[in-house]
Design a protein around this ligand. Sequence first.
Ligand SMILES: *Cc1c(COP(=O)(O)O)cnc(C)c1O
Length: 423
Amino acid sequence: MEIKPFEKKVYLSSPTMHGDELKFMQEAYETNWMSTVGANINESEKMIAEKIGCKDAVALSSGTAALHLAIKLAGERLYGQPRTGHGVLEGKKVFCSDMTFDATVNPVAYEGGEAVYIDTEADTWNMCPKALEKAFEIYPDVKLVVIAHLYGTPGKVDEIRKICDQHGALIVEDAAESLGATYKGKQTGIFGDYGIISFNGNKIITGSAGGMFLTNNIEDAHKVRKWSTQAREDAPWYQHEEIGYNYRMSNVIAGVVRGQIPHLEEHIAQKKAIYNRYKEGLKDLPVKMNPFDEANSEPNFWLSCLIIDKEAMCKQVRGEKDVLYVSEPGKSCPTQILEAIAAINAEGRPIWKPMHMQPIYRMNAFITVSGNGRARSNAYIKETGFTDVGADIFERGLCLPSDNKMTPQQQDVIIEVIKKCFE
Ligand SMILES: *Cc1c(COP(=O)(O)O)cnc(C)c1O
């Protein structure tokens, strides 16, 4: 059977509007509440705090802005206020998730800190608690840990919390991809000392942009609100005692967020159905879906991913910006599958390339369960038994089209196309 490309592209994950978003934006327009103050901001902050189960949520221009202020706040709590023009983390090391989007870790650099990357574990594709323990053995003075929940799957939060408590370290929790996911019945975003979520256009719900800072400490919330609006003091004129930022969310964007929040659970159900259809459809192939802790966690299934069994990988060689592979009967590789998916007008994506493999962070320390190292060649890994779980998942894994508007029929075609790659 010849497979024809989809007329309309099937995206990895795209915005889905429902109607109320426009109503709330219109309301902002008609009442001239078109700046960074207004009912949409107040309401969406309240709704998110309620949903997450935290005391306060602060609406900001992006998840990255929320991460920046969360990391800065943690830095100030640990090390005090920096001198003007200096980062709060200058000269400090910070343990960070390695397999994540770079927005998680860039704010550490904004504040002059140095990220030490902690390898990933195979069970949830998140920060490996054992590697984190190892990192504290090597760098016992580190006081800040930044974790992310990749693709909407909660990491091993309890274990990480326990290790951090033993070392008096604070946690910044990046739940940008995992809004609505739970671990032992609690929402992600609430496990860190500071949490953040994102409303970027590709996330499970969106404001077209935007993010929120989450906290149980009202004073922290006040501080972040103040910093995000240029750190203006309570005075008749513009009075500044601290460095400020223009990071507040617009009331127009907040209108979209406000309209989207009631649809979060519906989006999660759609994404879960997509994950399960892939799982069923691909069960006879030498591949596995992105794993999660079935006893303790309920992901939001933001992205469905697969990982090819080692024995079923054909040869694939990645350079800095290009890639080659050699197809073999019965075997495949992420590149071949991504090309096949693209050929039918659907969008997949490689696994987020781990931070320790990124040119900009290549000189940063990278801690794995087997030791302390940097990016290693495959040959080195083979010879020495050096483990690099992140590099391995990057090598063998990929993100599948996971758009909640994809029909079951379209998904069946995508599954067929993947099967053909292994013929
Ligand atoms: C999207 C994302 C962010 C950044 O959110 P923005 O709202 O795009 O700034 C941060 N961390 C992770 C893991 C993300 O996926």
